[in-house]
Write a new protein. Structure first.
Length: 438
């Protein structure tokens, strides 16, 4: 402990120094007989305890006390007043200005040693507290850095899992896009042929219109031309062409809309909604988009029973919730597909409001989940799929998104042999909760 004794008479200072050095172990004592020396010495020797003499009638010492305490770095050192004064008002003033204790003069050895030791103990406690505080601050900073890192990892996982899911269904999506593209392309050929026919007919009409109409008009020629046009119209099936042209255009427009929808759903899903992209979204639309993406996967495997309330507004990250629904749907499709059953399976998706929540329940009539697996399905990397066909992240990512990112619940209900139901429960205002945590 570094102790500074500040007073007027050098001889008194020396006596006090002697007392401390004799009775207090592990102490280094520095003396100060002029107020001007106090600040430099405190700085130089890193003082823990100041013994400050205040004498009658001067109470100049109070100003020194105020001065020391006014500096932030001396906020928690110990200051003991050394005095002959017995005036309670002066004590009050000392304590109000930051003194920790007082010792009467002439010094009583037992009292002096006891008070000094108490002060040393208090100072040591403060130092220990500061150390703990520093450690806690460092740990907290480390924890913050780790949380950031974890968030990054989680974000990457979400992205990776999304890519895996998309990779799995890419062929199906390509087919869903190729199919309309195929008939649009063939419709364009048809339209081209029809337009050629119509153009030829228009040429005939133009020729007919340009025939000179005067007094010498050859009625027979007119009738022949008219009959030729009617004949061509019939041979080229112009009535059918005109009707069919309308339906070919409508069908092509429908195909373009299908492709646009699929592409838009993919774009929406791809937007992981980086970190805090929370907005007011319609879950019915998110579910429709996920269904559109997996549409091809369900063909010949399961009928989809849609019971979706419209609209179902909630604050959420659209890309992330889309991914949750997609992951659960894909699991249901895989489960049914793996049964290699003769009849079609059934996947039901129900979405509805319930009080302050938006619910989405996805059920399948697949094989169900074994009892011993039920507690593990949300664990990262738990999979019962063959090596290479499942990473085991779908449900773990879904759980993080629903529970951690949206303050919701993700539960499973499954009996081996009687199918599986996953229920997503999202607070309609989860976005607000999510933002508040940031
Ligand atoms: N509807 C379901 N029916 C039966 N089992 C299921 C169902 N959904 C999930 N499971 C089980 O839970 C496991 C974990 O699912 P999860 O989606 O996390 O990973 P995965 O589908 O195996 O791999 P991926 O990372 O490709 O999604 C699955 O391997 C499967 O055993
Ligand atoms: Mg999965």
């Amino acid at each position: 402990m570094n102790i500074l004794i500040a007073g007027h008479e050098k001889i008194n200072l020396r006596i006090t120094q002697e007392l401390i050095q004799t009775h207090i172990t592990d102490s280094h004592v520095f003396l100060c007989s002029s107020p001007d020396e106090i600040a430099p010495k405190m700085k130089e020797y890193n003082i823990d305890i100041v013994l400050l003499e205040i004498i009658i009638p001067q109470i100049k010492g109070i100003n020194i006390l105020k001065n020391i305490r006014s500096k932030k770095e001396y906020n928690d050192i110990q200051i003991i007043i050394l005095t002959e004064i017995i005036d309670k008002e002066v004590f009050k003033l000392c304590f109000e200005n930051g003194a920790n204790d007082y010792i009467y003069k002439p010094i009583d050895l037992i009292e002096f040693v006891a008070r000094m030791n108490a002060s040393i103990k208090a100072r040591r406690n403060i130092i220990a507290l500061q150390k703990t505080n520093d450690t806690v601050t460092t740990q907290y900073k480390k924890l913050q850095a780790m949380t950031h890192k974890l968030k990054d990892t989680q974000f990457n996982l979400i992205q990776k899992e999304k890519l895996t899911a998309l990779g799995e269904i890419a062929a199906g999506i390509a087919h869903e896009i190729n199919n309309p593209m195929g008939f649009i392309s063939s419709n364009l050929d048809t339209m081209n042929r029809y337009i050629q026919k119509i153009r030829n007919l228009i040429l005939l009409y133009r020729n007919f219109v340009q025939l000179p109409i005067d007094a010498n008009i050859n009625h027979e020629l007119l009738l022949r031309e008219k009959a030729a046009i009617a004949d061509i119209e019939q041979k080229q099936k112009i009535d059918f062409v005109l009707d069919d042209l309308t339906s070919v255009i409508l069908e092509s427009r429908d195909g373009v809309e299908r492709v646009t929808k699929i592409v838009q759903s993919l774009i929406n899903l791809a937007k992981t909604g980086t970190e805090n992209e929370i907005a007011y979204n319609d879950l019915s639309q998110i579910a429709e988009e996920a269904l559109l993406i997996v549409k091809h996967e369900t063909k010949c495997i399961a009928d989809i029973d849609k019971q979706i309330e419209v609209p179902l507004y909630l604050f959420c990250n659209k890309g992330q919730i889309g991914q949750v629904i997609l992951n659960i749907l894909l699991n249901a499709i895989h489960a049914v597909k793996n049964q290699s059953r003769k009849s079609m399976g059934k996947i039901t998706i129900k979405a509805y409001h319930a009080d302050e929540y938006v619910m989405c329940k996805i059920s399948d009539d697949g094989p169900g989940i074994k009892k011993e697996h039920r507690n593990r399905i949300f664990d990262p990397f738990f999979t019962t799929k063959d090596v290479g066909s499942g990473v085991g992240l779908g449900l773990s990512v879904a759980y993080d998104i629903v529970v951690k990112n949206h303050g919701g619940e993700l539960t499973v209900d499954s009996e081996p042999g009687s199918g599986t139901s996953f229920t997503i429960k999202l607070p309609a205002n989860s976005g607000k909760i999510y933002n508040a945590e940031e």
